[in-house]
Structure formats: C-alpha cells, structure tokens
Design a protein around this ligand. Structure first.
Ligand SMILES: *[C@@H]1O[C@H](CO)[C@@H](O)[C@H](O)[C@H]1NC(C)=O
Ligand SMILES: *[C@@H]1O[C@H](CO)[C@@H](O)[C@H](O)[C@H]1NC(C)=O
Ligand SMILES: *[C@@H]1O[C@H](CO)[C@@H](O)[C@H](O)[C@H]1NC(C)=O
Ligand SMILES: *[C@@H]1O[C@H](CO)[C@@H](O)[C@H](O)[C@H]1NC(C)=O
Ligand SMILES: *[C@@H]1O[C@H](CO)[C@@H](O)[C@H](O)[C@H]1NC(C)=O
Ligand SMILES: *[C@@H]1O[C@H](CO)[C@@H](O)[C@H](O)[C@H]1NC(C)=O
Ligand SMILES: *[C@@H]1O[C@H](CO)[C@@H](O)[C@H](O)[C@H]1NC(C)=O
Ligand SMILES: *[C@@H]1O[C@H](CO)[C@@H](O)[C@H](O)[C@H]1NC(C)=O
Ligand SMILES: *[C@@H]1O[C@H](CO)[C@@H](O)[C@H](O)[C@H]1NC(C)=O
Length: 867
C-alpha cells in the first residue's frame, strides 16, 4: 500500500493564545488542532490556506479501507482539499486521536458524496461513533446532499470532555441493513475549544435550564446575521465558519442590514473574543425605520430540525446605534414561545453601546413526521412601556442540537420534499413518454454547504407553467444566454470535442437532458436560417420546438468559436445547478459529431429593453416595470448569495433581462459569470468584460471584480427603466451620452423629473419616486463600498412598490403581470415546491385576492397562508 508515514500536527496559534487565557498550560500535542485529508497521499493546503495532513498516522483500524480519488470535481466544492480524496471501506474502520481529557473539542466531518471508483455512492449507509456517542446512524451522504441540494456536507460536533481518557476513537461502521454498504470520509478536523456553552433557559418550563457544559452537541446553524460569510481562517481562533443568514429568512420581510463603520469597533470587555469574531458583532439586521411596517411583521428565521431533540439557540447582539435603555426594545419568539417575557433590550443588558452580549435559550422540539420547522422571530415591543423606536436587532445566531439520553445525535436522513419528489417523477414520466432513454431535468443540486441543514434557497423546481410556454404568434426575437458582449477574453480551447460528455458529472447528466443531434436538427429544421433569433460569442441561437410543442432556444456552438469543450462543460455543470425562478433555465445539451448545442427555456416576451424604447413597445406601466426589476433583482440576489461563493454576473443590462410568457423577468447570460476565489483560481481573467454604459468605474480602474459591480450595472438599469433611454446614446449632447452620468448629475441638481419617461411620469407616486431614485443613485456610487448590497436593493425596490401601491388599493393589477406580494412569500422558502407554486398561481389568478395596503401586504406575509 502507498502510505507515506509522514506526520505533521499543525498548531493554530490563535487557539493557543486564547486558550491560554482560560487554561494555564499548553505544551502537549493533545492541545493542537488536527486536520486530516482522508485518503490523501501527501499533505496540502485548502482554499483558505489551511494545512491538511495525511490520515494514516491516526488510522487505528483500517479494515479493508482504500484511498480513492473522486472521479468528478463538483464546481461548488470550495477547494480540492479535503474533498477530492476519500478513505472508503466496506468493513469497520477507525481513527484514534490524542486528546486532553479535560478539554472540549470541535469535531468536523467532511463528506463529498460522489462516485469513488467502483463504489456506487447510493449504497453508502453508515454510522459514526465518537467515544460512546452515536453521531450518525444509517447516514447516507448522498441522500442528505440531494435533499439539501448541496454537493458536500460538513457535520460539526462539539464533544464534551471525556474525563480520564487521553484518546478519542472515531469509528465508521457500514450499515448491515443495506447490501453493498460502505463508509467513506473525506476530511476530519479536531479542534480543542474552551467551554462555549453554559446553562440555557429551557423555554416552556419555568425555572428549568439545560446544562450546556456537559452536553455533546451538533451544530445546526451558525449565522453572521446581516453580514457576510466568514471563513474558518477569519474566525476568532476556533476555525468555525459563519454563514450569511439571508437564505434562512422567512418571507420577503427581511428587514435591513447594517454594519458599523466606527473604527473603534467592538468592546469585548469581559467577554472572551473566542465567543464570536468582531465581524459578527459589527454587522446586524434590524426591522427598518417605519413603525407602520415594523409593527406589522415578525423578522423571522426558519430552520428545519429533527423532532424530539432539544436545541440550544444562541443569539448574539451588539448595539451600535442607540445608547439608552428602552430605545430599541423587542420580543424574541423561539419555536412560537416568548423567550424574553420582559423584553429584549441590548443596552439594558450591556450598559453601553458597542458592547457585545449573547443569550442562550433551549427548546425541546416535539415529535412529528419528518423534519420540523423551528422559527426564531423578532418583533418590536409595544404597549405600556413602549420603546422610543419600534425596531429589533440581531447580530448572530448559532443553533446546536443536544445529545439525547441514549448518547445519540443521529436523526433520519432528510427526505427531499414530497412535492419535489412528485415533480421529479412527473418530469421523468413526461420526458420518457416518447423516448425511453432520456434523462431528467432535476432540481438544483450542490449549491451551498452549511451544516447539512435543509435551508438553502436554491431549489426552484422547473415550473409547470414555464414547461409549456404558450407562445403567441409573432412575438419578437430575444437574446438568450451569451449576449453580444462575450466575444473576447474567453479561455482557450481544449482541443478535441467528443470528450465533453465524458467530463460531465453524473449529477449534471441527470439534471440535464441529453439531446441527440437528430433531435436538435429536427427542432431547428436542420439549423434553418429562418429560425435564427440571435447571435452571440458562442454561436448562433435558434428557436426550436421539441417533443412536439415545447418551445426552446438552442444555442449552437460555432466551430471556429473560442468556446471550447471546457466552457461547454462548465456551463452545463454550472447551469444545471443554478435554478431559480428568476434565472433562465438550461434544459439540456447535445454533443455529437463535434457539434455542441445548449437548449434553454424559450422566453416568449424577449428582452426587457425591447419593451422600453425599441421596436414594438407596449408601454409598460410603472408598476409592471417595478415588478420586473424586483424579479431581476431576485435573480441577481440569488447569484450573489445562493451559493457559498458569490457568483458575479458581470454583464447586467436590459438585454440580459428576459421576459417569459407571463412577463416574469429572468436573468440570462450568467453562464460564464465569475465565481468566488477558489473555484476560479486558475483562470482569473484580467480582461475587463461587460458592456459600456453599464461598467462599474471601480472595476474598470482596479480590475477587481466584486458583486457591487453588478449593483452598479443594475443601478444603470434602474435609470434606464425610469427614463426609457439607452445606457449610452452617442447622438445626444456630450453630457447626456452616458445615462449613468446624466442621471447622477440630474439627481444632484434635483431635476430628475425632467428626464423621466413621459409615458409614466404622471403615474409615479412622489414617495415611490424618491425612494426609487435614492436607491438607484446609491447604486451608482463611485466606490463599491458605498453601494447597497443586492439584498438591500431588493428590499428598497419592494418598499418602493409598496409606496406606489399604498393608496391605489382599488386599482387591479394587469393580469399578465404577476402579483408581486404573492411572489414575495416565495422568496426565501427553504425549498420552493410545487405546492407553493400552486397556491401561488391560485392566488394570482384571482384578482380579488389582491391586497394592496402595506399593512395587508405584511400580514399576508406573516400569516403565510401558502404554507
Ligand atoms: C490538559 O489541559 C489542561 C488544561 O486544561 C492541562 O493542565 C493539562 O496538563 C493537560 N493535560 C495533558 C495530558 O496534556
Ligand atoms: C447505483 O445504485 C442505485 C441504487 O441501487 C442504482 O439505481 C444505480 O443505477 C446505480 N448506479 C450505478 C452507476 O451503478
Ligand atoms: C479574512 O481576513 C483577511 C485578513 O484580515 C481579510 O483580508 C479577508 O478579506 C477576510 N475574508 C473575509 C471573507 O472576511
Ligand atoms: C457612519 O455611519 C453613520 C450612521 O450610521 C453615518 O452618518 C456616517 O456618515 C458614517 N461614516 C462614514 C465614514 O461612513
Ligand atoms: C403611519 O400611519 C399613520 C396612519 O395611517 C400615518 O398617519 C403616519 O404618518 C404613518 N407614519 C409613517 C412614519 O409613515
Ligand atoms: C410573531 O410571532 C409570534 C410567535 O409566533 C406570534 O404570536 C405573533 O402573532 C407574530 N406577530 C406578527 C405580527 O405576526
Ligand atoms: C408556530 O406557529 C406557526 C404559525 O402560526 C405554526 O404554523 C406552527 O405550527 C407553530 N409551531 C409550533 C411548534 O407550535
Ligand atoms: C436508512 O435511510 C434510508 C434513506 O433515508 C431509509 O430509506 C431507510 O429506511 C433507513 N434504514 C434504516 C434501517 O433506518
Ligand atoms: C406531465 O404531463 C402531464 C400531462 O401531460 C401534465 O399534466 C403535467 O403537468 C406534466 N408534469 C410536468 C412536471 O411537466
């Protein structure tokens, strides 16, 4: 066997420093953090620069285990290490780690379920036992990943001290209930930690508390509320990952996010820094300034949890704005129970601003079928001792599952929602009706990886409606993914061509339908010129019909195009995972005889631009325009935050916002958008791409791409919609050529009224206009840091729409534009399923359901009739 016996335990200096404060001496190996890349033959660094050791030194019983390299690298993996190698075994195997028996440890298990040589991952069911604790049982990483739509899973446990024992044995046992079962593991981390938990009030039982010190827990969530993803290397010494809280927010009422710009920062006082890094305390989410709104909704986070377990919820707070008691005082509801009968008031707790504090609460989740929903909600206090401002605040949230009386933490594998299973089955049947051998358009998979918690906003099923677009005859042309702008700067070709299919992951091939060249030829009348509806950097785009009546857009590769097999594969891999109501969907692909083609959903109403000032425009109302902008903003927001790493579109403009037959706006041309640092390490482009008129000046100057570049471009789109003129119009006087410059100077001079589209000018409510223009203006700030985030932008647009609607409650919306309030309900659902879609269609088809005052809007969201 090929075991290089080379050991290196690496020491995390931060851990030592901070542990020294609480514990006197640290000289032993047992107090160092361990990270092992299971199955690797040499040590290496992950995307964050952390070192991962080989696993053989710690292997105490290797059974008949093998070290195997994964055959496919999912694009959403944060780094090759530790995911691309695994130790796989169909007998028991175990590791033994030296530990200090008086210390707690974080144990993190990394799983990347994919095919490993001849092992079929669907047969992998196993248990993991640490000391006497059952961490996992009948665990299928593949089933879990599918249900959570993640490519990889990280399980984090906090192990209570194992008094009197100086080693920790970690056993992997394949299940004996499934034939051919095997275990696998990609990475293990063991990090000593101080006692992080103390006692927590058990809600629903007066005077009872739960002792966190002796509990062994599993981390369910760790969120930097109102802030960004914090990688392990930026944690305060314990190598924890803090995630963005956006995907967990229930409903559209997401409040507002803020961050402290005061350099003095956070005064930890007596609180140890390891509790949470200052980034957590420096950013927060509050409910917003308008009491008419804040008093009418709950700011709510939703989590799916296993029944019958007890959970500890830790809430982190730090007040940076107010300094007096009863200025911002609110109630906290956890699992529908009031956690703070006398109210939550951060200043009353801490005595002064900028001082962090955390509060722990415990709840027992009742028995029930499948996973249960656990809500954490905030609401301003009202009544006798009403606060000065009706608002609430939260900076961070952690949730831990506590071991039960049998030293067990394992729950059942999460099941994909019934609606999702049903839809997949229907889809499979519909597509195999004519042809027996065809794959299915599946739900998205592998976007974010949190703690194996089923709250990712990624899964948007292919909607029934959009599957069979009712195309009206004579609709105008449109430009699909790959507009004209992507003509240069693409990566080099990897010669050959018939290799593309071989490079595709099984995941992509099951998520995407494979078309034969004959089918594609038939759909496009052998690529008849009359079917051409656009030309992009990739090649020509044809309109076509498949399966008798299903309209599609087919993008054919130009043989001389620079777009090689690699891009082709990348696009399929990316797009088959990115599915969202406001993104154009990839249906399938064809690769045969050196011809490559991608098949997309057909967008019946073409581009947003052509309805503004080009060709056969139909004068969209202001409300319709706002609704389309909100849709497009949701699509971009999803690209920015739906995945672990931000996906930056890079070419936001009105020709890349397409409209389907129901006038739902969808973002296109995100196929080669830039993803975050890790996945793109090898091909960072220095070529500035994008379209003139929309280009972020900062990106242009510094060639540094951030999601704020998309915000800038979207700001130009906002003015384009308001003024109905192109971003660049060279025929105008010099100072008016660039819309961005012209709009900014008009806003500064206070005469923006003069450049508004005359068709809608009189119909915009002044409050709405003000909010809209303020927002658009901020998007065009010179520096990215001054621009709003996509989620703030979305909130502001939704708010503008409410301002526009409050007052004209009697007016019915045009029935071909979707009712945005109902749409809102769907925005952050854990997994958007057909049930909700059906509800949604039911609600939209009946205009009597429309409620337009802002109170009604929020109560509608709050009451969640659709759930
Ligand atoms: C374990 O840690 C404690 C401090 O918490 C230290 O005093 C002790 O020496 C350590 N024991 C071993 C065996 O390293
Ligand atoms: C893996 O196993 C599953 C279920 O047993 C089966 O449906 C699938 O076809 C197998 N895949 C391969 C590649 O053998
Ligand atoms: C992590 O910390 C480094 C150094 O302080 C900083 O440059 C980087 O931006 C941080 N990363 C994130 C994602 O916060
Ligand atoms: C800091 O924030 C306050 C209010 O939150 C604002 O008034 C001030 O202009 C900001 N300062 C800077 C330097 O951004
Ligand atoms: C809240 O609503 C009341 C009554 O509708 C109105 O008088 C008041 O101006 C509103 N307040 C704000 C801040 O909009
Ligand atoms: C907020 O949540 C609590 C607890 O679930 C509920 O009693 C209350 O009615 C909610 N408030 C609003 C405005 O929805
Ligand atoms: C909490 O309240 C929501 C909304 O009223 C309800 O759907 C849910 O079942 C409640 N949960 C519990 C545990 O009572
Ligand atoms: C193991 O998990 C699978 C998938 O969740 C489930 O179908 C099966 O019934 C479970 N088996 C046992 C023995 O619990
Ligand atoms: C499948 O086809 C049936 C009948 O043709 C249709 O009612 C159903 O909506 C289709 N399902 C999907 C997911 O398209």
């Amino acid at each position: 066997m090929h075991f290089g016996c080379h050991l290196k335990i690496f020491i995390i200096i931060d851990v030592l420093l901070l542990l020294n404060v609480t514990k006197p001496s640290f000289s032993d190996d047992s107090n160092a953090a361990i990270a092992i890349d299971c199955g690797a033959t040499s040590q290496g660094k992950d995307g964050d620069g952390r070192n991962w050791d080989i696993d053989t030194k710690y292997l105490s019983s290797q059974g008949n285990s093998q070290t195997i390299k994964a055959s496919f690298q999912d694009p959403s993996l944060p780094s090759e290490i530790p995911y691309m190698t695994a130790r796989v075994s169909n007998s028991d195997m175990s590791y033994k780690f030296p530990i200090n028996s008086t210390s707690r440890y974080f144990l993190r298990l990394h799983f990347y379920p994919t095919s490993y040589s001849s092992f079929n991952i669907s047969n992998s069911y196993f248990s993991v036992i640490a000391a006497d604790f059952t961490l996992l049982s009948n665990f299928s990483a593949a089933v879990t990943a599918e249900a959570l739509t993640q490519a990889y899973i990280i399980k984090e446990y906090s192990l209570a001290p194992l008094d009197g024992v100086d080693s920790l044995e970690l056993v992997f046992k394949p299940s004996n209930k499934h034939a051919g079962s095997f275990t696998f593991i990609n990475g293990i981390e063991l990090v000593p930690t101080p006692n992080l938990l103390d006692s927590a009030n058990l809600l629903g039982f007066s005077d009872q508390s739960l002792d966190g010190k002796t509990a062994t827990t599993e981390t369910i969530a760790r969120l930097n509320v109102g802030g960004n993803y914090i990688p392990p290397t930026n944690d305060s010494g314990l190598l924890r990952t803090w995630y963005d809280d956006t995907p967990y927010i229930l409903g559209a009422a997401a409040g507002v996010t803020s961050s402290d710009n005061d350099t003095k920062g956070v005064h930890y006082k007596d609180m140890p820094r390891y509790i949470a890094p200052s980034d957590v305390y420096n950013t927060w989410r509050s409910m917003g300034p308008d009491p008419n709104i804040t008093l009418n909704y709950n700011l709510t986070w939703s989590f799916s949890v296993d029944p019958t377990f007890t959970y500890i919820i830790r809430l982190h707070f730090c007040e940076h704005i107010y300094s007096k008691v009863n200025q911002r005082s609110f109630n906290i509801f956890i699992y529908n129970q009031t956690a703070t009968p006398s109210g939550a008031d951060v200043i009353a707790w801490t005595g002064s601003k900028d001082v962090p504090i955390y509060k722990d609460y415990a709840v027992s989740v009742q028995d029930g079928k499948g996973q249960q929903e656990l809500l954490v909600a905030l609401h301003p206090r009202d009544g006798a001792d009403k606060p000065e401002f009706y608002d609430a605040i939260l900076n961070g949230l952690e949730m831990f599952k506590v071991n039960d009386g049998n030293k067990n933490l394992a729950g059942p594998n999460p099941a994909p929602s019934e609606a999702l299973v049903k839809a997949e089955k229907e889809k499979r049947e519909n597509f195999t009706k004519d042809k027996p051998n065809i794959n299915v358009i599946g739900a998205a998979s592998g976007v974010a990886a949190a703690f194996g918690l089923a709250t990712v906003l990624a899964v948007v099923l292919y909607k029934k409606k959009s599957k069979m677009p009712r195309l009206k005859s004579g609709t105008s042309s449109w430009l699909p993914i790959y507009g004209n702008s992507h003509t240069s700067g693409m990566k080099s070709t990897i010669g050959g061509s018939s290799v593309a299919s071989a490079q595709l992951s099984t995941e992509a091939t099951t998520n995407c339908r494979h078309f034969t060249l004959a089918e594609i030829r038939k759909a496009t009348k052998n690529f008849d010129e009359s079917h051409v509806i656009g030309v992009g950097g990739f090649g020509k785009v044809y309109k076509g019909v498949i399966d008798g009546s299903f309209k599609v857009a087919i993008k054919k590769s130009n043989p001389s195009s620079e777009q090689g097999v690699h891009e082709f594969v990348t696009e399929i891999e990316m797009l088959s995972k990115l599915r969202h109501k406001h993104l154009v969907s990839l249906i399938g692909y064809c690769e045969e005889d050196g011809e490559m083609a991608l098949v997309y959903d057909f967008m019946a109403h073409g581009t947003l631009r052509e309805h503004l000032y080009k060709g056969n425009k139909i004068n969209l109302t202001w409300k319709q325009r706002l609704e389309m902008l909100i849709g497009a903003a949701k699509g971009l927001h999803y690209l920015h935050t739906g995945a672990k790493y931000t996906i930056i579109h890079r070419d936001v403009k009105t020709t890349n916002i397409l409209l389907d037959e129901n006038w739902v706006a969808k973002i296109s041309d995100f196929g080669l958008s830039k993803t975050g640092p890790e996945t793109n390490q090898n091909h960072v482009s220095t070529v500035v791409k994008g379209s003139f008129g929309y280009l972020d000046p900062e990106y242009f100057r510094r060639q540094q791409l951030t999601e704020k570049s998309d915000v800038y471009s979207f700001g130009v789109v906002l003015f384009e919609i308001l003024c109905a003129r192109p971003a660049l119009n060279p025929s105008l006087p010099k100072e008016q050529v660039s819309l961005a410059d012209w709009a900014r100077s008009s806003v500064r001079k206070g005469n923006i009224d003069e450049i508004i589209d005359p068709h809608i000018k009189g119909t915009i409510k002044p409050e709405c206009l003000k909010k809209f223009v303020d927002t658009a203006f901020k998007c065009l700030s010179d520096h990215g840091i001054d621009r709003p985030s996509m989620s703030d932008l979305l909130w502001n647009l939704e708010f503008s729409l409410q301002l526009q609607e409050s007052g004209d409650a009697s007016k019915a919306t045009s029935n071909n534009v979707r009712n945005n309030q109902n749409d809102n309900i769907n925005m952050h659902l854990n997994t958007l399923n057909l049930e909700e879609d059906d509800q949604f269609s039911a609600a939209t088809s009946s205009s009597s359901n429309e409620q337009n005052s802002s109170t009604a809007i929020f109560s509608q969201i709050v009451h969640q009739t659709g759930r």
